[in-house]
Design a protein around this ligand. Structure first.
Ligand code: ATP
Length: 318
């Protein structure tokens, strides 16, 4: 488990991490989200003892990193896949790490196997593709068989197959009962990977809850209805208090539970070709919740490239 308590980091005038408190539980993948500059990397570096907190604590299974006797056996991390010696083979890289951390040499073969790099273990890591480098980074993180794992943007720049592989791998680590904290800007990917979320903005905690709760609390769920008698059905639903927004051959219905919509349709003898709950996306929820805390926010959406020129209004004064 990771426990962060009142964690604060000040760099000069910048409060990078501001009184952050959260827990990351074992057995699940926890996504660590926040806009650019929110303080995710700084928090991760403090958990890993690479930076000292100005205030507060970050504990791994009850102890700060600096007090862990054999850190690699407690926590493994992938921060930068390029942190490898380009002229050293993958196997030699892992053997060096194992020797300098007093880990059994036999573990090198095991982790190469775990990440599917056994065949290329003798190849220079400098010739590896990004996906292979990420796998080597995962192998390094797993060398000490730690219960806690921390990954900073592990799928950045990977192709769909590489992303899928990492997702499955992280889920399997959590299913083994490990604590997995992963940061990413790829929200659709996080929605598939993370069961829980810790969301921060401008260094402060915004939300710590299950992914499902985060989405349902910050987006409105609707019901998609498709029927050959759509106009009549829409009028009936509106009379019963629903808001109905046409959407091609279907309609998006707000304000009535899906069961009631089905019952009203059945009562009126309307044929239904589709009746489905539509949940908001993690991206919508994230934009909704973090909108205020973007470090360099603009108050207008970017203009469409083809938009005709519109005279700029003068400044609003009160
Ligand atoms: N060594 C440093 N010295 C001064 N300021 C720093 C330092 N490291 C980070 N910062 C500042 O702290 C804030 C948080 O940065 P951090 O890199 O932790 O955010 P992040 O959430 O990881 O961002 P991104 O998603 O863009 O990687 C930013 O304003 C950043 O400029």
């Amino acid at each position: 488990m990771i426990e962060v308590n009142g964690l604060t980091k000040v760099y000069g005038r910048t409060v990078a991490v501001d009184d952050l408190t959260f827990r990351v539980e074992p057995g699940t993948v926890t996504g660590f989200l926040g806009p650019n500059g929110a303080g995710k990397s700084t928090t991760m570096r403090m958990i890993l003892g690479l930076d000292n907190p100005t205030r507060g604590t970050a504990l791994i299974d009850g102890q700060p990193y600096s007090q862990l006797r054999r850190p690699l056996t407690k926590i493994g991390a992938l921060l930068d896949a390029n942190w490898i010696h380009p002229n050293r083979s993958a196997r030699a890289h892992l053997q060096f790490l194992a020797a300098s951390n007093k880990l059994p040499r036999a573990r090198v073969g095991e982790v190469l196997d775990l990440v599917g790099l056994t065949q290329v273990g003798k190849k220079n890591a400098g010739q590896f593709s990004l996906g292979m480098k990420q796998r080597l980074g995962l192998a390094s993180a797993l060398l000490g068989d730690p219960q806690v794992l921390l990954f900073d943007e592990p799928v950045n720049g990977l192709d769909p197959e590489g992303i899928h592989w990492i997702r499955t791998f992280m889920k399997s680590l959590a299913a083994q009962g490990r604590t997995v904290l992963v940061s990413s800007h790829l929200l659709s990917e996080m929605a598939l990977t993370a069961d829980h979320l810790v969301v921060i903005g401008r260094g402060k905690l915004i939300a710590a809850m299950s992914t499902a709760d985060f989405i349902s609390r910050s987006t409105e769920s609707t019901v998609r209805v498709r029927s050959p008698q759509l106009a009549d059905l829409a009028a009936l639903l509106q009379r019963n208090g629903a808001t109905v927004v046409p959407d091609g051959e279907a309609a998006s219905v707000r304000g009535l539970p899906i069961e009631q919509i089905g019952e009203l349709a059945a009562g009126a003898g309307a044929v239904l070709h589709e009746l489905a709950s539509q949940q908001g996306s993690l991206e919508e929820a994230f934009m909704q919740i973090t909108g205020e805390s973007v470090e360099y926010s603009t108050d207008r959406p970017p203009a469409a490239p083809t938009a005709p020129a519109v005279p700029t209004p003068g400044p609003v004064t009160r």
